[in-house]
Design a protein around this ligand. Sequence first.
Ligand code: UD1
Length: 361
Amino acid sequence: MKKNTIFVVAARPNFVKMAPILRAFDSELGSRQRTLVHLGQHYDEKLSQVFFDELGISKPYVKFFVGSGSHGRQTANALILFEKLLLEFSGNIAGVVVVGDVNSTLAATLAACKLNIPVAHVEAGLRSFDNAMPEEINRKLVDAVSSVLFVSEKSGILNLKREGIRDEAVHLVGNVMIDTLAYEMKNINCTNDMKRFVLVTLHRPSNVDDRNELKNIIKFLGRISNDLEIIFPVHPRTMKNLMTFDLVKLVKKMNITMIEPLSYRENIGYMSRAKLVITDSGGVQEETSFLGVPCLTLRKNTERPSTVEFGTNTLVGNDYEKARLLVDDILDGKYKVGKNIPLWDGAAAKRIVAVIKSLWY
Ligand code: UD1
Protein backbone atom coordinates (compact mmCIF):
# COMPACT_ATOMS: atom_id res chain seq x y z
CA MET A 1 0.00 0.00 0.00
CA LYS A 2 1.30 3.48 -0.90
CA LYS A 3 2.20 5.79 1.94
CA ASN A 4 0.14 8.94 2.20
CA THR A 5 1.22 12.37 3.44
CA ILE A 6 -1.68 14.50 4.64
CA PHE A 7 -1.41 18.24 3.98
CA VAL A 8 -3.65 20.50 6.06
CA VAL A 9 -4.93 23.97 5.16
CA ALA A 10 -7.67 26.02 6.79
CA ALA A 11 -7.28 29.80 6.49
CA ARG A 12 -6.13 32.36 3.91
CA PRO A 13 -2.38 32.48 4.65
CA ASN A 14 -2.22 28.66 4.71
CA PHE A 15 -3.21 28.45 1.04
CA VAL A 16 -0.38 30.76 -0.02
CA LYS A 17 2.14 28.71 1.98
CA MET A 18 0.92 25.28 0.91
CA ALA A 19 0.70 25.90 -2.86
CA PRO A 20 4.45 25.56 -3.59
CA ILE A 21 4.84 22.60 -1.23
CA LEU A 22 2.12 20.65 -3.06
CA ARG A 23 3.67 21.53 -6.42
CA ALA A 24 7.11 20.33 -5.28
CA PHE A 25 5.66 17.19 -3.68
CA ASP A 26 3.70 16.25 -6.79
CA SER A 27 6.71 16.64 -9.03
CA GLU A 28 8.99 14.63 -6.70
CA LEU A 29 6.68 11.92 -5.35
CA GLY A 30 3.42 12.20 -7.31
CA SER A 31 0.01 13.46 -6.21
CA ARG A 32 -1.23 9.91 -5.51
CA GLN A 33 0.95 9.78 -2.43
CA ARG A 34 -0.72 12.72 -0.74
CA THR A 35 -4.08 13.97 0.47
CA LEU A 36 -5.08 17.61 0.86
CA VAL A 37 -7.50 18.45 3.67
CA HIS A 38 -9.21 21.86 3.98
CA LEU A 39 -10.54 22.38 7.50
CA GLY A 40 -12.59 25.43 6.50
CA GLN A 41 -11.63 27.95 9.19
CA HIS A 42 -11.96 30.46 6.36
CA TYR A 43 -14.92 29.69 4.14
CA ASP A 44 -15.87 32.89 2.25
CA GLU A 45 -15.13 32.65 -1.48
CA LYS A 46 -12.83 35.68 -1.23
CA LEU A 47 -10.80 34.22 1.65
CA SER A 48 -10.62 30.67 0.33
CA GLN A 49 -11.72 29.49 -3.14
CA VAL A 50 -10.16 32.46 -4.94
CA PHE A 51 -6.76 31.35 -3.60
CA PHE A 52 -7.25 27.77 -4.78
CA ASP A 53 -8.13 29.04 -8.24
CA GLU A 54 -5.34 31.58 -8.61
CA LEU A 55 -2.58 29.48 -7.06
CA GLY A 56 -3.57 26.32 -8.90
CA ILE A 57 -4.17 24.29 -5.73
CA SER A 58 -5.90 20.99 -6.44
CA LYS A 59 -9.39 20.35 -5.10
CA PRO A 60 -9.07 19.05 -1.52
CA TYR A 61 -9.94 15.42 -0.81
CA VAL A 62 -12.26 16.74 1.85
CA LYS A 63 -13.44 20.22 2.80
CA PHE A 64 -14.73 20.61 6.34
CA PHE A 65 -16.41 23.64 7.86
CA VAL A 66 -14.72 24.53 11.13
CA GLY A 67 -16.02 28.06 10.65
CA SER A 68 -15.80 30.98 13.03
CA GLY A 69 -16.35 31.21 16.77
CA SER A 70 -14.42 31.40 20.01
CA HIS A 71 -10.90 30.00 20.12
CA GLY A 72 -12.09 26.98 22.11
CA ARG A 73 -14.94 26.17 19.76
CA GLN A 74 -12.89 26.67 16.59
CA THR A 75 -9.94 24.61 17.82
CA ALA A 76 -12.20 21.89 19.22
CA ASN A 77 -14.26 21.60 16.03
CA ALA A 78 -11.10 21.25 13.95
CA LEU A 79 -9.64 18.71 16.38
CA ILE A 80 -12.72 16.49 16.28
CA LEU A 81 -13.10 16.60 12.50
CA PHE A 82 -9.45 15.99 11.75
CA GLU A 83 -9.04 13.18 14.28
CA LYS A 84 -12.01 11.36 12.71
CA LEU A 85 -10.45 11.65 9.27
CA LEU A 86 -7.08 10.35 10.50
CA LEU A 87 -8.78 7.34 12.08
CA GLU A 88 -10.49 6.55 8.77
CA PHE A 89 -7.10 6.43 7.03
CA SER A 90 -5.99 3.84 9.62
CA GLY A 91 -2.30 3.03 9.42
CA ASN A 92 -1.72 4.30 5.91
CA ILE A 93 -0.29 7.70 6.84
CA ALA A 94 3.37 8.66 6.40
CA GLY A 95 2.89 11.93 8.23
CA VAL A 96 0.95 15.18 8.45
CA VAL A 97 2.22 18.54 7.18
CA VAL A 98 0.85 21.73 8.78
CA VAL A 99 1.74 25.35 8.02
CA GLY A 100 1.68 28.60 9.98
CA ASP A 101 0.01 29.37 13.26
CA VAL A 102 -3.77 29.54 12.96
CA ASN A 103 -6.09 27.70 15.35
CA SER A 104 -6.60 24.87 12.86
CA THR A 105 -2.82 24.34 12.64
CA LEU A 106 -2.78 23.62 16.36
CA ALA A 107 -5.86 21.39 16.20
CA ALA A 108 -4.51 19.26 13.35
CA THR A 109 -1.18 18.89 15.12
CA LEU A 110 -2.80 17.73 18.37
CA ALA A 111 -5.01 15.21 16.59
CA ALA A 112 -2.09 13.69 14.68
CA CYS A 113 0.43 13.61 17.54
CA LYS A 114 -2.02 11.89 19.91
CA LEU A 115 -2.39 9.16 17.27
CA ASN A 116 1.42 8.87 17.08
CA ILE A 117 1.49 10.23 13.53
CA PRO A 118 4.56 12.37 12.83
CA VAL A 119 3.88 16.05 12.15
CA ALA A 120 6.04 18.39 10.08
CA HIS A 121 5.53 22.08 10.86
CA VAL A 122 6.32 24.59 8.14
CA GLU A 123 7.20 28.05 9.51
CA ALA A 124 8.43 26.66 12.83
CA GLY A 125 10.36 28.67 15.40
CA LEU A 126 8.87 32.11 14.78
CA ARG A 127 8.27 33.90 18.09
CA SER A 128 6.83 37.30 18.94
CA PHE A 129 7.29 36.59 22.69
CA ASP A 130 3.80 37.97 23.15
CA ASN A 131 1.31 35.47 24.53
CA ALA A 132 -1.52 37.95 24.04
CA MET A 133 -1.36 36.89 20.39
CA PRO A 134 -3.32 33.67 19.92
CA GLU A 135 -0.89 32.69 17.16
CA GLU A 136 2.07 32.76 19.59
CA ILE A 137 0.42 30.13 21.76
CA ASN A 138 -0.38 28.04 18.68
CA ARG A 139 3.22 28.27 17.43
CA LYS A 140 4.78 27.22 20.73
CA LEU A 141 2.47 24.26 21.21
CA VAL A 142 2.78 23.04 17.61
CA ASP A 143 6.59 23.23 17.72
CA ALA A 144 6.76 21.45 21.06
CA VAL A 145 5.13 18.27 19.70
CA SER A 146 6.03 18.28 15.98
CA SER A 147 8.77 15.88 14.90
CA VAL A 148 10.05 17.84 11.90
CA LEU A 149 10.47 21.62 12.11
CA PHE A 150 10.96 23.64 8.93
CA VAL A 151 12.31 27.10 9.75
CA SER A 152 12.06 30.13 7.46
CA GLU A 153 14.63 32.44 9.05
CA LYS A 154 17.63 32.22 11.36
CA SER A 155 15.84 33.55 14.46
CA GLY A 156 13.72 30.39 14.40
CA ILE A 157 16.77 28.18 14.95
CA LEU A 158 17.75 30.09 18.09
CA ASN A 159 14.18 30.14 19.43
CA LEU A 160 13.77 26.38 19.05
CA LYS A 161 17.16 25.70 20.63
CA ARG A 162 16.13 27.84 23.60
CA GLU A 163 12.97 25.77 23.97
CA GLY A 164 14.97 22.55 24.09
CA ILE A 165 14.05 21.18 20.66
CA ARG A 166 16.55 18.62 19.30
CA ASP A 167 18.87 20.07 16.61
CA GLU A 168 18.26 17.03 14.35
CA ALA A 169 14.55 17.89 14.10
CA VAL A 170 15.18 21.43 12.84
CA HIS A 171 15.74 22.31 9.16
CA LEU A 172 16.43 25.86 7.94
CA VAL A 173 14.76 25.78 4.51
CA GLY A 174 13.67 29.35 3.74
CA ASN A 175 10.28 30.87 3.21
CA VAL A 176 7.46 29.17 1.28
CA MET A 177 5.42 32.38 1.14
CA ILE A 178 8.28 33.87 -0.88
CA ASP A 179 8.28 30.75 -3.10
CA THR A 180 4.71 31.63 -4.07
CA LEU A 181 5.56 35.27 -4.60
CA ALA A 182 8.59 34.49 -6.80
CA TYR A 183 6.54 31.95 -8.79
CA GLU A 184 3.54 34.24 -9.26
CA MET A 185 5.38 37.43 -10.23
CA LYS A 186 4.87 36.68 -13.94
CA ASN A 187 1.09 36.73 -13.42
CA ILE A 188 0.98 39.95 -11.43
CA ASN A 189 0.32 43.42 -12.73
CA CYS A 190 3.20 45.46 -11.25
CA THR A 191 3.03 48.38 -13.68
CA ASN A 192 4.34 51.35 -11.83
CA ASP A 193 1.68 54.04 -12.25
CA MET A 194 2.20 56.97 -9.97
CA LYS A 195 3.06 55.25 -6.71
CA ARG A 196 1.06 57.74 -4.74
CA PHE A 197 -1.05 55.42 -2.68
CA VAL A 198 -0.72 53.53 0.58
CA LEU A 199 -2.02 49.98 0.90
CA VAL A 200 -3.44 49.26 4.36
CA THR A 201 -4.27 45.83 5.82
CA LEU A 202 -5.49 45.32 9.38
CA HIS A 203 -6.91 42.29 11.13
CA ARG A 204 -5.05 41.63 14.41
CA PRO A 205 -7.42 41.51 17.38
CA SER A 206 -5.08 43.85 19.32
CA ASN A 207 -5.71 46.55 16.68
CA VAL A 208 -9.24 45.92 15.50
CA ASP A 209 -11.13 44.38 18.43
CA ASP A 210 -10.73 47.49 20.59
CA ARG A 211 -12.74 50.57 19.59
CA ASN A 212 -10.14 53.12 20.76
CA GLU A 213 -7.22 51.41 19.04
CA LEU A 214 -9.15 51.12 15.80
CA LYS A 215 -10.32 54.73 15.98
CA ASN A 216 -6.75 55.97 16.58
CA ILE A 217 -5.51 54.02 13.56
CA ILE A 218 -8.23 55.52 11.37
CA LYS A 219 -7.39 59.03 12.58
CA PHE A 220 -3.69 58.42 11.77
CA LEU A 221 -4.61 57.18 8.30
CA GLY A 222 -6.80 60.26 7.90
CA ARG A 223 -3.81 62.50 8.63
CA ILE A 224 -1.63 60.90 5.94
CA SER A 225 -4.48 60.84 3.44
CA ASN A 226 -3.76 64.54 2.77
CA ASP A 227 -0.58 63.46 0.97
CA LEU A 228 -1.41 60.00 -0.26
CA GLU A 229 -4.46 58.07 -1.36
CA ILE A 230 -5.30 55.25 1.06
CA ILE A 231 -6.51 51.91 -0.27
CA PHE A 232 -7.90 49.65 2.43
CA PRO A 233 -9.07 46.11 1.56
CA VAL A 234 -11.07 45.26 4.66
CA HIS A 235 -10.78 41.85 6.38
CA PRO A 236 -14.16 40.48 7.58
CA ARG A 237 -13.11 40.70 11.24
CA THR A 238 -12.24 44.37 10.76
CA MET A 239 -15.42 45.14 8.81
CA LYS A 240 -17.54 43.55 11.53
CA ASN A 241 -15.84 45.71 14.15
CA LEU A 242 -16.01 48.92 12.10
CA MET A 243 -19.75 48.41 11.95
CA THR A 244 -20.18 47.35 15.58
CA PHE A 245 -18.12 50.32 16.78
CA ASP A 246 -19.95 52.69 14.43
CA LEU A 247 -16.69 53.77 12.76
CA VAL A 248 -17.58 53.33 9.08
CA LYS A 249 -18.68 56.96 8.83
CA LEU A 250 -15.32 58.10 10.22
CA VAL A 251 -13.41 56.01 7.66
CA LYS A 252 -15.42 57.55 4.84
CA LYS A 253 -14.91 61.06 6.21
CA MET A 254 -11.14 60.46 6.28
CA ASN A 255 -10.97 59.88 2.54
CA ILE A 256 -9.94 56.24 2.94
CA THR A 257 -11.10 53.96 0.12
CA MET A 258 -12.47 50.73 1.58
CA ILE A 259 -12.57 47.77 -0.78
CA GLU A 260 -13.44 44.06 -0.45
CA PRO A 261 -10.68 41.57 0.48
CA LEU A 262 -8.36 41.12 -2.52
CA SER A 263 -7.34 37.96 -4.31
CA TYR A 264 -3.68 36.92 -4.07
CA ARG A 265 -2.65 38.44 -7.39
CA GLU A 266 -4.63 41.64 -6.87
CA ASN A 267 -3.10 42.07 -3.42
CA ILE A 268 0.49 41.58 -4.59
CA GLY A 269 -0.25 43.86 -7.54
CA TYR A 270 -1.40 46.66 -5.24
CA MET A 271 1.48 45.99 -2.84
CA SER A 272 4.15 46.22 -5.52
CA ARG A 273 2.70 49.48 -6.87
CA ALA A 274 2.25 51.11 -3.45
CA LYS A 275 4.43 53.92 -2.15
CA LEU A 276 4.23 52.18 1.21
CA VAL A 277 2.25 49.54 3.04
CA ILE A 278 0.78 49.86 6.53
CA THR A 279 -0.11 46.52 8.06
CA ASP A 280 -0.35 44.25 11.08
CA SER A 281 -0.05 41.02 9.05
CA GLY A 282 2.94 38.69 9.36
CA GLY A 283 2.92 37.59 5.73
CA VAL A 284 2.72 41.16 4.41
CA GLN A 285 5.89 42.09 6.34
CA GLU A 286 7.66 39.32 4.42
CA GLU A 287 6.17 40.08 1.03
CA THR A 288 6.98 43.81 1.17
CA SER A 289 10.56 43.00 2.20
CA PHE A 290 10.95 40.72 -0.82
CA LEU A 291 9.41 43.34 -3.12
CA GLY A 292 11.47 46.19 -1.63
CA VAL A 293 8.38 48.21 -0.71
CA PRO A 294 8.52 50.22 2.57
CA CYS A 295 6.35 48.65 5.28
CA LEU A 296 5.23 50.18 8.59
CA THR A 297 3.90 47.54 10.96
CA LEU A 298 1.34 48.59 13.56
CA ARG A 299 2.64 46.15 16.15
CA LYS A 300 5.14 46.39 19.01
CA ASN A 301 6.79 43.07 18.11
CA THR A 302 7.29 40.76 15.19
CA GLU A 303 7.92 37.03 14.97
CA ARG A 304 9.73 37.81 11.69
CA PRO A 305 12.73 39.92 12.84
CA SER A 306 14.66 39.39 9.59
CA THR A 307 12.14 41.70 7.87
CA VAL A 308 13.30 44.50 10.19
CA GLU A 309 17.00 43.57 10.21
CA PHE A 310 17.42 42.98 6.45
CA GLY A 311 14.11 43.99 4.89
CA THR A 312 12.00 47.12 4.48
CA ASN A 313 9.90 46.67 7.63
CA THR A 314 9.76 48.97 10.69
CA LEU A 315 7.72 48.29 13.82
CA VAL A 316 5.82 51.37 14.90
CA GLY A 317 3.40 49.87 17.42
CA ASN A 318 0.81 52.54 18.16
CA ASP A 319 3.32 55.40 18.04
CA TYR A 320 1.65 57.41 15.29
CA GLU A 321 4.10 60.31 15.63
CA LYS A 322 6.97 57.95 14.76
CA ALA A 323 4.88 56.53 11.93
CA ARG A 324 4.15 60.00 10.55
CA LEU A 325 7.90 60.87 10.53
CA LEU A 326 8.68 57.63 8.73
CA VAL A 327 6.02 58.38 6.12
CA ASP A 328 7.81 61.71 5.52
CA ASP A 329 11.14 59.86 5.14
CA ILE A 330 9.56 57.50 2.64
CA LEU A 331 8.12 60.39 0.63
CA ASP A 332 11.50 62.18 0.73
CA GLY A 333 13.33 59.02 -0.43
CA LYS A 334 15.22 58.78 2.89
CA TYR A 335 13.78 55.47 4.13
CA LYS A 336 16.02 52.40 4.42
CA VAL A 337 16.52 50.13 1.40
CA GLY A 338 16.18 46.40 2.09
CA LYS A 339 18.67 43.62 1.42
CA ASN A 340 18.03 40.02 0.38
CA ILE A 341 17.07 37.70 3.21
CA PRO A 342 19.08 34.46 3.26
CA LEU A 343 17.30 31.48 1.66
CA TRP A 344 14.26 33.52 0.59
CA ASP A 345 14.97 32.40 -2.93
CA GLY A 346 11.89 30.60 -4.24
CA ALA A 347 13.23 27.10 -3.50
CA ALA A 348 12.08 26.48 0.10
CA ALA A 349 9.37 24.01 -0.89
CA LYS A 350 11.85 21.87 -2.83
CA ARG A 351 14.07 21.70 0.26
CA ILE A 352 11.06 20.76 2.40
CA VAL A 353 10.00 17.95 0.08
CA ALA A 354 13.57 16.59 -0.07
CA VAL A 355 13.54 16.23 3.73
CA ILE A 356 10.05 14.68 3.78
CA LYS A 357 11.09 12.18 1.10
CA SER A 358 14.18 11.14 3.00
CA LEU A 359 12.35 10.78 6.33
CA TRP A 360 8.95 9.36 5.37
CA TYR A 361 9.48 7.47 2.07
C1 UD1 B 1 -7.17 34.05 11.36
C2 UD1 B 1 -5.95 33.58 12.17
C3 UD1 B 1 -4.83 34.59 12.01
C4 UD1 B 1 -4.54 34.86 10.56
C5 UD1 B 1 -5.82 35.28 9.85
C6 UD1 B 1 -5.63 35.54 8.39
C7 UD1 B 1 -6.33 32.36 14.31
C8 UD1 B 1 -6.32 32.50 15.76
N1 UD1 B 1 -6.25 33.53 13.61
O1 UD1 B 1 -7.62 35.27 11.91
O2 UD1 B 1 -3.65 34.07 12.61
O3 UD1 B 1 -3.56 35.86 10.44
O4 UD1 B 1 -6.80 34.24 10.02
O5 UD1 B 1 -6.79 36.11 7.83
O6 UD1 B 1 -6.40 31.27 13.80
N2 UD1 B 1 -14.90 35.53 8.81
C9 UD1 B 1 -15.67 35.67 7.67
N3 UD1 B 1 -15.44 34.80 6.64
C10 UD1 B 1 -14.51 33.81 6.71
C11 UD1 B 1 -13.75 33.67 7.89
C12 UD1 B 1 -13.96 34.56 8.91
O7 UD1 B 1 -16.51 36.55 7.54
O8 UD1 B 1 -14.37 33.05 5.72
C13 UD1 B 1 -15.11 36.50 9.90
C14 UD1 B 1 -15.97 35.97 10.99
O9 UD1 B 1 -16.80 36.99 11.41
C15 UD1 B 1 -14.99 35.63 12.10
C16 UD1 B 1 -13.87 36.64 11.86
O10 UD1 B 1 -13.86 36.86 10.45
O11 UD1 B 1 -15.57 35.73 13.33
C17 UD1 B 1 -12.53 36.16 12.28
O12 UD1 B 1 -12.19 34.90 11.70
P1 UD1 B 1 -11.18 33.90 12.45
O13 UD1 B 1 -10.92 32.70 11.60
O14 UD1 B 1 -11.64 33.67 13.85
O15 UD1 B 1 -9.86 34.76 12.63
P2 UD1 B 1 -9.11 35.77 11.67
O16 UD1 B 1 -9.20 37.12 12.25
O17 UD1 B 1 -9.50 35.57 10.24
